[in-house]
Design a protein around this ligand. Structure first.
Ligand code: OGA
Ligand code: ZN
Length: 374
């Protein structure tokens, strides 16, 4: 597959014809920048500086040499580069740019509730095997939700299983944060009230990517959990209500931390839905509790509220959300910027409810999964 049949020179690139009929363009500056000698052998950081060559750098001479490498003698710098053709083929941006994007996200709706087994994984399986860890990470990355079953129920006992992924993300709520009803709460999670489907900490520039709610005790009446795939709701709007979708993508909303214990005012503007370079969903920002007083332009405020209203109601619609009850030993794990979570109110006099919460950044989930899959 990585055998070259012909190399042709053009003004700014070499055109390579491969034996299997594929064709690649390799820009001269790109080739010079990616010379295999450009990187330090230990740190892997690029030591060569493309900014020091002229923009008109080009091959003085080129050929496929006896060992099958593409050899280029450059017009300046007195340098010859030798490229492994397998590397060139694997990194060919002409072929990559023709490939159709495939989303990693498997969107879901209320039907997932009948198949909660499909998102459940045993605690000990993750602790004792990489296969178990990969299964958990794949659920988190692709479905955005997983329930770890039969974990220990001692305080802070989720650390070993979480550290199979990586370190946790610290916030001023501390790690773990205690989800328990307290007097004079600084967060509505620390009451016995119901919590509408929300994400945590949308007022951070970079809200935690993943959240883990470890159930230690749940004997109180009420306090049942909910989850909704906000990417699935966004996708529904994209297909059925494009005008609403476009407003949610374009208009920045304002979120603000309202915690009275803080000697800091944190706020951030971001749209309700943001997209990746491929037009896929990147994240959702939604929290009725911590959306601040909006400050959009007066000409669009009505439209923004209508879009927010439509999105928010679908995020609580029984066609999309699932409902379940956490058992002691469950770790309800989810993509905090995709899957919104909520709970019904509970009666603190009827029993006890104690969850411990942890965050891990999205880079850690995807980075670890990429590493384990290689
Ligand atoms: C939270 C939260 C849900 C629950 O702590 O962020 O939303 O079930 N808790 O108590
Ligand atoms: Zn929450």
């Amino acid at each position: 597959m990585s055998e070259i049949s012909k190399v042709e020179r053009n003004s700014t690139y070499l055109k390579i014809l491969w034996k299997d009929g594929e064709e690649s363009k390799f820009n001269y500056m790109w080739l010079r920048d990616n010379c295999p000698t450009a990187h330090d052998k230990d740190s892997n950081h690029r030591m060569f500086n493309i900014l020091n060559v002229s923009k008109s750098i080009n091959p003085k001479r080129y050929n496929v040499n006896k060992s099958g490498k593409l050899e280029i003698e450059w017009s300046e710098g007195d340098h010859i580069s030798y490229y492994d053709t397998k590397w060139l083929r694997e990194n060919c941006y002409t072929i990559k740019s023709k490939k159709k994007y495939i989303s990693p996200y498997e969107l879901w709706d209320f039907k997932l509730q009948e198949n909660l087994n499909s998102i459940s994984i045993e605690h000990d399986e993750i602790i004792s095997s990489d296969a178990g860890l990969i299964k958990w990470l794949e659920l988190l990355h692709h479905k955005g939700i997983a329930i770890v079953k039969n974990s220990p129920v001692e305080k802070e006992s989720a650390f070993p299983v979480l550290n199979r992924i990586s370190h946790t993300r610290e916030t001023f709520f501390k790690t773990p944060f205690e989800v328990i009803n307290i007097p004079k709460p600084n967060n509505s999670a620390y009451t016995a009230h119901s919590l509408k489907n929300h994400m945590d900490l949308p007022w951070f520039e970079n809200p935690p990517g993943y959240q883990f709610l470890h159930c230690l005790i749940n004997t109180a009446k009420g306090g049942n959990s909910s989850a909704v795939d906000a990417f699935a709701v966004a996708n529904y709007l994209k297909k059925n209500k494009k005008e609403i979708f476009d407003i949610l993508v374009k208009v920045p909303l304002k979120f603000r931390d309202k915690d009275y214990t803080q000697q800091s005012h944190r706020d951030f503007h971001a749209p309700a839905i943001s997209l990746t370079k491929d037009g896929d969903f990147h994240d959702v920002r939604f929290s009725v509790a911590t959306m601040d007083t909006l400050d959009c332009h007066p000409d669009i405020m009505e439209k923004v509220y209508i879009a927010h209203h439509e999105f928010g109601n679908l995020l609580h619609d029984d066609r999309f959300q699932i409902k379940f009850r956490l058992e002691p030993g469950d770790i309800y794990s989810f993509n905090n910027r995709r899957v919104l979570h909520g709970r019904t109110e509970f009666d603190p006099n009827s029993g006890k409810r104690h969850l411990q919460g942890y965050y891990i950044d999205r880079d850690e989930i995807i980075g670890r999964l990429n590493f384990l899959k290689k």
